[in-house]
Every structure is written in C-alpha cells, then in structure tokens.
Design a binder for this molecule. Structure first.
Ligand SMILES: Cc1cc2nc3c(=O)[nH]c(=O)nc-3n(C[C@H](O)[C@H](O)[C@H](O)COP(=O)(O)OP(=O)(O)OC[C@H]3O[C@@H](n4cnc5c(N)ncnc54)[C@H](O)[C@@H]3O)c2cc1C
Length: 501
C-alpha cells in the first residue's frame, strides 16, 4: 500500500488567485508546505483560457496586478497575452511554478474532524487515474465560472444557420473572418472588446444586443502612472498608482450609489460626444438600470466608438426571433445576414471548482451556509476561497484573502490548534439572509445567486464588496475574533495493556 502524500496547504487553481496564494504562503508562512493543483495543462486560468481577438483586461493593471509585483507594462488596460506573461513571470520569479501540478482536475474534498485533514481527490487528465493528497488547509482559488463551457441561451433555429457559430470561451485558433460579415450577440465586456478587434479584418461587424450596457472610454495608458514611473523607483510608483486607482474606483462606485442620476447623465454625455448628435444613444447606449447595478464596460481609447463612427461596426438593439440559414431574424422583422455569429452571451457561474465537498460524512451545500467575510463558510472547517470584486479589480481582494489565510495559519501554529471553523452563535442564527452580492443585477450573477452562500446583516457574516471596508474587516480585524473556533482533535489515549499480577 502506498502512503497518501500530505502537505500543509492545498491550493486549487493556478490563475491570478492561486499564483498569489503561492507567493503569500511562501512569504508569510515559509515553514508551511503547499501544492497547487490545476486541472488544465498550464497556469493563468482566465488569461490562458480566453483566446478571442482583442482579449484584454477591463480594469487597470495597477489594481489587477499583485500588490507585491509591479506591473511594468506600457498599457494600463492590458492585452491578454501580456497579462498571461506577467503571471508566468511571477510564478517563475518566486519559484511558485515548482509547486504546481497540472492536469489534476479536483473532484472531491472530504474533511475529517478526527484527523483535522482534508482528503483531496483529483482525476488526472489523459490517464483518468484518481490521485489523492491530504492537507491541513484547503484554499480554493478556482475562480467563479465553469471551465467546461460558457453560458449559451437557447436560440430558435440555431441548427438552420449555414455559417459558423462561435462562443468566445472556445475560440478556434484558425478562425478566418477576413472580409466576412460578423454578428456578435451580447453587450457585455466580451462583446465590446470583440467588436473593434474583429472590425479590423471583417467586412462588417454588428453588435446585436437585447438591451444596452454602460460603456465608458478610458485611456489605455495612464499618464499619471507614466509620469510617476519617470521620477520614482518602479515599486514606489506602482504602489502609489495602485493606491490612487483603488481610491478613485471606490469613490466613483460610491457616487453611483448616492447620485446615480448625475453619474448616468455624465456617462451618457460622454457617449454622445463620441458618437455625435445623429447617433441614437437613447436606444443603443442607455441602459434601463443605474451605473454599476451591472458591470460597466470599459473600452480603451474609445476603440468601440471609433469602429462605429467609421462604419466598420454598428449596433442593433432588439430581440432574436430565430436564426435562419443566412443569419438572424429579429422580432421586429429586421434580418441580419452573417457568415459568422459570435455568441458573447457570458459565463456559467459555479461554486468552488464544481467539486463535491463532504464534512465528517455530510455533503456540504454551500447555498445553505453563511459567508464569513466573503472568504470562508459557516461550519466548514479549514477552508477559504478567493472571490474578487465585481466593481473593482479581482486581485485587490485576492491579495487581502491570501493575507488572511496566512494570518490564520500562523495563529494556529502559535496556539497549537489544527482546526478553524467559522461558527454562528446566539442571535447570529436569526439573521435575515441577503444574497451573497447585493445591488448587482447582472444576469450571470442572478443565475448564480441561489448556489452561493448567504450574507447576514452584520460583520463578520458579510461580503462587503468594498476594498476600504475589507481592509478593516479582513486585514486589520483579529483572526481570533470569537467567531472563528480554533480547536484540536482530542485523540483517545492509547489503551494501556492490562497489568498482569
Ligand atoms: C474575459 C475575461 C476578462 C476579465 N477581465 C477582468 C479584469 O479586467 N479585471 C478583473 O478584475 N477581473 C476580470 N475578469 C475576472 C477574472 O476571472 C479575474 O480577474 C481573475 O482572472 C480570476 O482569477 P482566479 O485565479 O481567481 O480564477 P481563474 O482565472 O478562473 O482561474 C481558476 C483556475 O482554477 C482552475 N480550476 C478550477 N476548478 C478546478 C478544479 N476543480 N480542479 C483543478 N483546477 C481547477 C482553473 O482551471 C483555472 O486555471 C475577467 C474575466 C474574464 C472571463
């Protein structure tokens, strides 16, 4: 019989969060062993998976980059391949890549309170073999959407279409759309990225949306960051820009909550300026909701508006009746002829790497748990998960979460405890439940909300989605807060052999 390998921490996922976890563990808990299990054959997660034309960030790299590794790229809104290169460089520079095991799709994690260990089972891609590893702490860095497939609504007549239908999550490397008519279904970040990128080579690109999103142009280069870099050491300049962008982002978000009408008027005014007085901004760029009730779409250097102005791209707002042999027919009767249809219809959100979790023989239903600070779950021991912001860069929160995990591990080491569990007590049990994320009405979030844990009405049972609030709640607040229960298994004393007279 071979003995099961044991490490202190298993991290699941080698994307932004998993690489960050490796760095923080090495930096703050250098005596702890860890491995990163990754289902795919390479690191990078999102930034390796998505390969569609124009793929880029839609938040600035000074906050999407790590706190510990300056983003040195020229563009603040960066291209996907550059982000992937930055992640690879980080992993190699700090030797985090040596802890990664690729082709390990984790399917199940089983907790035993008696042993204070998780047993983590993976299926090896290629061979299908099941491998197990045990650990004292499980850190889920598995992102928030399914890697199996994107979200695809039912479209009537889909099978009739004679051209190609592509989902951005499965972009064919050799897709040839030169001189072709392209219709992109969607109005989110992916659609607004694809339109100008494909318009460079296609005959024409039509963005077909059911309803509009807020689209905001921002310079691809950050002039303040560039100026700071000239006079300050890289690390200092990066820190200042990171701080500035986090503050500005937070202030802007707050204003959308307190003065939504003013922000709305301002944003629509900017679109009118870009597209001129004859463009129907009311129909195509005026959402029915307030700014940041759904994610804002950022476009660098107004590239989407330029593609529309020059006639290379257009926007149609309407409902699809059916796909036809030649394209798409709308409920209005309008027909959009196409050679290629791109369904930029979004992601399928999932919980915790689509894995099964069992705690002391009981399957865990995360929708029935309460979130602890947006990073752990009531009654689920020795587990944390990295979930970023919907209204700011993911990494801001991933960094805070990693710091918290390390502080908890160090507290356990200092107190000689091996189990840590967020526990509800007294009146906590009667909190009025709120969705995991408040004030956000995007379809993909609404679809996911029933699977996610509940939020309560007071700390620590909340998920603030505010970097300033999280710095206090996650980073400053004590990890020995009376809610986290630290214990060790009471092992029965080995029975003494009877004393023979
Ligand atoms: C096209 C696109 C653009 C985006 N742009 C931005 C942006 O500009 N700014 C921003 O803040 N956010 C953006 N996001 C959100 C983005 O996903 C996060 O910023 C960030 O990349 C998430 O990093 P992560 O490591 O947490 O998750 P991911 O990047 O999703 O990585 C998770 C990793 O875990 C692995 N994994 C999952 N489950 C398992 C399992 N069971 N077993 C083994 N491995 C597993 C996956 O294979 C993957 O490699 C974007 C998302 C998309 C899809």
């Amino acid at each position: 019989m071979t003995e099961t390998e044991h490490v202190d921490v298993v991290v699941i996922g080698a994307g932004i969060s998993g690489i960050g976890a490796g760095y923080h563990l090495q930096d703050k808990c250098p005596d702890r062993s860890y491995v990163i299990l990754e289902g795919r054959d390479d690191l990078g997660g999102t930034w390796d998976l998505f390969r569609y034309p124009g793929i880029r960030s839609d938040s600035d790299m000074h906050t999407l980059g790590y706190s510990f590794k300056p983003w040195e790229g020229a563009k603040a809104i960066a291209d996907g391949p550059d982000i992937l290169a930055y992640l690879r460089e980080t992993a190699v520079q700090y030797g985090i890549d040596r802890h990664m095991r690729f082709g390990h799709q984790v399917t199940r994690a089983t907790w035993s309170s008696d042993d204070a260990t998780w047993t983590v089972e993976s299926t090896r891609t290629g061979t299908g073999e099941t491998v197990s590893i045990t650990c004292g702490f499980l850190f889920m860095c598995s992102g928030y959407y399914s890697y199996k497939a994107g979200h695809l609504p039912e479209f009537a007549g889909r099978e009739r279409f004679g051209g190609q239908i592509i989902h951005p999550q499965e972009w064919p490397e050799d897709l040839d759309y030169d001189g072709k008519r392209v219709v992109i279904i969607g109005s989110g970040a992916t659609a607004v990225t694809l339109v100008p990128a494909m318009a460079e080579r296609a005959e024409h690109v039509t963005m077909l949306q059911r309803s509009p999103s807020y689209v905001v142009s921002r310079p691809a280069h950050d002039p303040i960051a560039d100026a700071l870099r000239k006079v300050l050491p890289d690390r200092v300049a990066y820190g200042v820009t990171r701080w500035k962008n986090a503050q500005l982002g937070e202030a802007f978000y707050k204003r959308t909550r307190t003065k939504p009408e003013k922000v709305k008027a301002k944003l629509l005014g900017l679109v009118r300026k870009e597209l001129g007085p004859d463009f129907d901004v009311d129909t195509h760029f005026t959402p029915s909701y307030n700014p940041w009730d759904q994610r804002l779409c950022l476009v660098p250097d107004a590239d989407l508006f330029e593609a529309i102005r020059t006639g290379l791209a257009s926007v149609v707002t309407g409902h699809i009746e059916t796909f036809t042999e030649k394209g798409i027919e709308l409920v209005s009767g309008e027909v959009l002829e196409a050679d290629v249809i791109v369904t930029a219809t979004g992601l399928q959100l999932v919980t915790l790497g689509e894995m099964d979790f069992v705690v002391d023989g009981e399957p865990v239903d995360f929708s029935q748990t309460w979130t602890y600070k947006g990073l752990a779950y009531s009654d689920v021991p020795n587990l944390a998960s990295s979930f970023g912001y919907i209204n700011a860069s993911w990494t801001l929160r991933a960094d805070l979460t990693c710091g918290w995990v390390c502080r908890v591990l160090n507290h356990m080491r200092a107190t000689g405890t091996t189990r840590v569990t967020p526990r509800l007590s007294g009146t906590d049990r009667h909190m009025t439940p709120r969705p995991y994320i408040d004030d956000f009405s995007s379809g993909y979030m609404r679809r996911a909300m029933p699977m996610l844990p509940r939020q309560g009405d007071h700390a620590p049972w909340i998920n603030t989605q505010s970097y300033a609030a999280d710095k206090k709640l996650i980073t400053k607040a004590a990890v020995d807060d009376g809610v986290l229960e630290y214990t060790s298994p009471q092992r029965p004393k080995p029975r003494q052999p009877p004393v023979l007279a």
